[in-house]
Design a binder for this molecule. Structure first.
Ligand code: SF4
Length: 366
């Protein structure tokens, strides 16, 4: 399906059903660098291309598209935001995710820089009358710690899970653990000053009605092209218009083995215990990884609020569906290990579509 078809047929229809006008690009401000549709751009015009690599199929497809477009790999660096931080929490994410990203980057011979909010998801959720904790950012010169400016913010309290919502205030995990971390990493590295930087992320319109409305290209929030630092930062979503079929085709062409969550049957690769998980996923976690829901259940008791928006306790939610059968024994064995030992790339002819491909089961935005 071409992006033109998306823009002319699918999106307007989607907009009608949502009461939105998507028949025209929302803003026709090309002179300001905002494009609703920008499937192809001049990639030679950038000094640095920063690609946010979650370890899921869409960010991998974004990387493969850059390579397909002939980008010099020397211009690309991968960034991965560790959702659980590096201070010992294991509450939310897949144990192998950090190492998987490391091995993925190695297989393409690309640098990978981790960054995270100190204490991760759990630390932020347990914030009680306290300021936000520092951000940690790996850079070519080493790890930097970015303290918070306590003069500009008041102490805050969370003591509850983020909730499923399009609003990033309510669904605070995406903003606190990923978006803010990425922004501070861009704002606090002088190597980007006076440079043209392309910031690449892997959202797709098909994923949600909210993402269907995203601009494909726009100045990034950290853009300071007219400022003292002369830092030009464009945000580009190269696979925004892609179908899921195009994504799997790209992974197959490059022999990138489907990441573990899809092999287990998940339709998306996000946090293992993502707030968007449906009862089938919670049931699958309870069944195949006994005890994996205990810490969340304990926080539900402590906070008096549930991870699920409808106030259904996690253990009850996990009993509302049958667990998925998992046939991929290798992926099942890998799932709870921190060291990633499976092949990242498949031998020619050995690539296979995973069980979770084209499945709606699982989870939502990351
Ligand atoms: S994957 Fe889910 S739980 Fe994790 S940060 Fe994104 S929305 Fe939050």
């Amino acid at each position: 399906m071409s992006h033109a078809f998306d823009d002319q047929m699918i999106l307007p229809g989607l907009g009608d059903s949502l009461g939105l006008n998507l028949r025209e690009p929302p803003r026709s401000t090309h002179e300001h660098g905002v494009f609703f549709s920008a499937p192809s751009i001049d990639l030679d015009g950038y000094d640095r291309i920063v690609l946010c690599m979650s370890g899921g199929k869409d960010s991998i497809a974004s990387l493969l598209h850059l390579l397909d477009e002939g980008v010099d790999p020397a211009a690309i660096e991968l960034w991965h935001h560790d959702v659980d931080g590096r201070e010992g929490s294991t509450l939310m994410d897949w144990p192998f995710m950090a190492d998987y990203n490391r091995k993925l980057a190695q297989s393409f011979d690309l640098p990978l820089y981790f960054s995270w909010l100190e204490g991760g998801f759990e630390g932020e959720m347990c914030k009680e009358n306290a300021h936000g904790r520092p951000h940690k950012v790996e850079t070519p010169e080493g790890l930097i710690t970015l303290e918070r400016d306590t003069r500009r913010s008041k102490p805050g309290t969370r003591l509850k899970f983020p909730q499923v919502s399009a609003s990033l205030q309510t669904r605070w995990c995406s903003s606190a653990l990923k978006i803010d971390v990425g922004r501070r990493a861009l704002n606090n590295q002088s190597r980007f000053d006076g440079k043209r930087v392309l910031f690449v992320t892997g959202e797709r319109r098909e994923e949600s009605s909210n993402r269907a409305k995203y601009n494909q290209m726009e100045p990034h929030a950290c853009d300071r092209r007219a400022g003292l630092k002369a830092r030009h930062v464009d945000a580009w979503r190269p696979v925004l218009h892609w179908s899921e079929e195009q994504v799997w085709d790209a992974l197959e062409r490059y022999g990138v083995t489907a990441p573990v969550p899809y092999r287990l049957g998940w339709g998306r690769s996000s946090c293992m215990k993502c707030i968007f998980n449906d009862p089938t996923i919670w049931a699958t976690l309870r069944h195949h990884f006994p005890g994996s829901l205990d810490a969340i259940a304990a926080y539900e008791q402590r906070f008096g609020t549930t991870i699920h928006r409808k106030k259904i306790p996690i253990k009850d939610l996990s009993r509302q569906a049958e667990p998925m059968a998992i046939q991929d024994a290798e992926a099942l064995d890998q799932a709870m290990r921190t060291e990633y030992t499976l092949p990242v790339r498949s031998e020619p002819g050995a690539w296979g579509l995973p069980k979770g491909a084209y499945s709606r089961s699982g989870c939502g935005p990351s």
